[in-house]
Write a protein that binds this ligand. Structure first.
Ligand code: PRP
Ligand code: URA
Length: 208
């Protein structure tokens, strides 16, 4: 299992904009999509390529490359949806599986309300995306759900996470690589990450 914390200057600059309480939903969404795009650019460094032969305007049978594995993105609804457009910009063929979960505000346990995945998820490179990895309950449940649907090659891609969430995934799904833009120090009593960026779903969709 790999755990990668990006801490990249371009990403940290954008993330700081997102954290600010005065940032609008529009700017929040734009930066979230851009960070998703930058992270996936790097995550895909080790993806399998197939060699193909192509003709260019000046040369026949030139060597070219094609990504050989189908890609499935699994946004955890709602907040994960905010990363889909950016990632699909650079992987336009990616299919989308949806997993709908919300955290019960008193127990902090995730509750499932929707799950749908493409039939070929078992042979796909599967990225579970959600900006926030707090207790890790939602990520663990989303991975449980897509594993039941056949997913095997799974990575979790998040923006801000804490050690507790990382440990929860590590324990339940040691086969899943974890990629985070940044690791924050602490979860508060209400299960929110501090300094964090607040409720990601509300900030993306303007619901508060
Ligand atoms: C948020 C976030 C994650 C989850 C993380 O979703 O988008 O899915 O909390 O917390 P956890 O690691 O403790 O499970 P929320 O339940 O607020 O739903 P929403 O995206 O619909 O707002
Ligand atoms: N979910 C969020 O949206 N934000 C947090 O800080 C924790 C969970």
């Amino acid at each position: 299992m790999a755990i990668v914390i990006f801490d990249h200057p371009l990403i940290l600059d954008k993330l700081t904009r997102m954290r600010k309480v005065e940032t609008s939903s529009k700017d929040f969404r734009e930066n979230l999509n851009e960070i998703g795009m930058l992270m996936v650019y790097e995550i895909f460094r080790d993806v399998k390529l197939k060699e193909i032969s192509i003709n260019t305007p000046t040369f026949k049978n030139a060597k070219g490359y094609k990504i050989d594995t189908p890609v499935v993105l699994v946004p955890i609804i709602r907040a994960g949806l905010g990363m889909v457009d950016g990632i699909q910009k650079i992987i336009p063929t990616a299919k989308i599986a949806h997993v709908g979960l919300y955290r019960d505000e008193t127990t902090m346990q995730p509750v499932e309300y929707y799950a749908k995945a493409p039939a070929d998820i078992g042979s796909s490179y599967t990225l579970v995306v959600d900006p926030m990895l707090a207790t890790g309950g939602s990520a663990v449940m989303a991975i449980d759900i897509i594993k039941r649907k056949g997913a095997k090659n799974i990575k979790f891609v998040g923006l801000v996470g804490v050690q507790e969430g990382i440990d929860a995934i590590k324990k339940a799904h040691p086969d899943v690589d974890i990629y985070l833009a940044c690791k924050d120090p602490v979860l508060n009593k209400k299960g929110y990450i501090e300094p964090g960026l607040g409720d990601a779903g509300d900030r993306i969709f303007g619901t508060k």
